[in-house]
Design a protein around this ligand. Structure first.
Ligand code: 5GP
Length: 183
């Protein structure tokens, strides 16, 4: 079973879909990324992310411990710890890597067997509304994220599958069916 990369613009609902996938399939395993950003309200270290200092992040890169890493939205660094992914693959887990476009491109080069899925909003306007409704970022951070989102949307044809998140249950079902076909 290959690993599955899940990529998509900010606020498209990746987090919700991934949670649904994990709930639907007990053998599914989500990589916990390391990040230099600070935790949001309710986020837990080791569950949502490994929250690390910039110095620690430098060390992880220098030691070759990152499968991929990128600076996202021009600010903070995010990366996938390599060992945990290798171990999960060895155990026969269905591995999910939720990464940004840079990360997806790196994985395409270093792990070409991974199946890459892009989650798209029905329309760009829909994304703007979702980001505003979520309310976790201020106006300038929202603008920055929408800028990144435009670049990501323009790259969607690079992906093996494009899934439109018009409805969480439907999109999750489509991804589960893709996973079954790939197996
Ligand atoms: P957030 O700060 O909202 O949790 O995440 C911002 C972005 O970082 C998301 O679009 C997500 O896909 C990306 N991201 C999260 N973890 C990783 C990772 O390990 N590697 C890369 N390249 N991007 C990541």
């Amino acid at each position: 079973m290959p690993a599955f990369v899940i990529c998509g613009p900010t606020a498209v609902g990746k987090g919700t879909i991934v949670r649904e996938l994990l709930a639907a399939q007990p053998n599914m395993w989500l990589s916990v990324s390391a990040t230099t950003r600070t935790p949001r309200e309710g986020e837990r270290d080791g569950t949502d992310y490994y929250f690390v200092s910039p110095q620690r992040f430098d060390e992880l890169i220098a030691d070759g411990d990152m499968l991929e890493w990128a600076t996202v939205h021009g600010v903070h660094r995010y990366g996938t710890p390599r060992t945990a992914v290798d171990e999960a693959m060895a155990k026969g887990k269905i591995v999910i890597l939720e990464v940004d476009l840079d990360g997806a491109r790196q994985i395409r080069a270093s792990m070409p067997s991974a199946h890459q899925i892009f989650i798209s909003p029905p329309t760009f306007e829909d994304l703007e509304t979702r980001l505003e409704t979520r309310g976790t970022e201020g106006p300038s951070e929202r603008a920055r994220r929408l800028e990144t989102a435009r670049v990501e949307m323009a790259a969607k044809d690079e992906f093996d599958s494009i899934v439109i998140n018009d409805d969480v249950a439907r999109a999750t079902g489509e991804i589960l069916s893709i996973m079954t076909q790939i197996k």
